[in-house]
Design a protein around this ligand. Structure first.
Ligand code: OOG
Ligand code: MG
Length: 257
């Protein structure tokens, strides 16, 4: 257990200082990897960060293929990871950030461990176009399944656009990721488990299974619909989701403070 605490501290420090760390030497079990994630997040909560919801990972083939991992994972989101729509991020606060187009849900009611897609939808207060900034704390963005789980599933920042009517059919919405006005990834919400609502069903199961069931007010990021793109200082990044709208941010120039 002491060793897991140390791994958690190491990953938390890597995130806080934006300095890459080596992949874990001894492979963890999946259970221990989630224990490390919880312990590293506990350090963030102790510093005053507040729970904001959860993110799902590897819910699309495109993401699985890009990273060579084919199991769904999840991670925790905090208020400090939230970036205002249209706002900017400080490039130097990240190790080697990437961005991916997603869909976000906000809940108006709690969700039990076992829910149907219709039951999950009934608890949704809004859906929105979203961008996730992922930033593996591991050198070269290379990791195993348990490495990335321990590292809070690379979660690092998220931008949520305007909330739309949860009644919108999410089964096949066009999704476009642009950087500086040029199309970089084009996909469909169907890439996310056939329909992003299935990602919310899985999120409810996984969060409740970990003793932290989804609550009203929680945001759930459904997972990247396409492969992720590298970020660089000065970029303007925008996602457009058919019928839902847009979310965007600017990558602030690198500065040495
Ligand atoms: C792991 C996180 C995966 C997604 O949306 O599939 C993820 C990573 O690719 O670093 O956030
Ligand atoms: Mg993601």
């Amino acid at each position: 257990m002491r060793e897991l605490t140390q791994i958690a501290a190491g990953l938390d420090t890597a995130a806080r200082t934006a300095e890459a760390t080596a992949q874990l030497e001894e492979p963890l079990t999946l259970e221990d990897a989630y224990r490390v994630q919880a312990a590293s997040m506990a350090r963030r909560y102790e510093r005053g960060e507040k729970r904001a919801g959860i993110k799902m990972g590897f819910t699309s083939r495109a993401k699985m293929a890009q990273m060579g991992i084919d199991e769904m994972i999840w991670g925790r989101l905090t208020d400090q990871m939230m970036i205002e729509d249209g706002g900017s991020i400080d490039f130097s606060a990240y190790v080697h950030p990437r961005v991916e187009p997603e869909i976000a849900f906000v809940l108006k009611a709690p969700l039990a461990e076992k829910v149907t897609p219709a039951g999950a939808l009934a608890a949704v207060g809004g859906v929105a176009p979203a961008l996730e900034i992922i930033d593996s704390r591991y050198r070269d963005f290379k990791f195993s399944l348990t490495d990335v789980v321990a590292d809070n599933s690379s979660s690092s920042g998220f931008v949520v656009g305007p909330w739309a009517d949860p009644g919108t059919d999410l089964s096949n919405l066009g999704m476009l990721l642009e950087i500086d006005g040029a199309a970089r990834q084009i996909g469909s919400s169907a890439a996310i488990l056939g329909n992003p609502i299935r990602s919310l069903v899985a999120a409810a199961r996984l969060a409740a299974g970990a003793g932290e069931p989804l609550q009203a007010g929680d945001i759930v990021m459904a997972g990247g619909a396409t492969a992720a793109e590298h970020l660089a200082p000065g970029q303007h990044v925008r996602v457009t989701v058919q019928h839902l709208g847009r979310a965007e941010f600017i990558v602030g120039a690198a500065n040495s403070d």
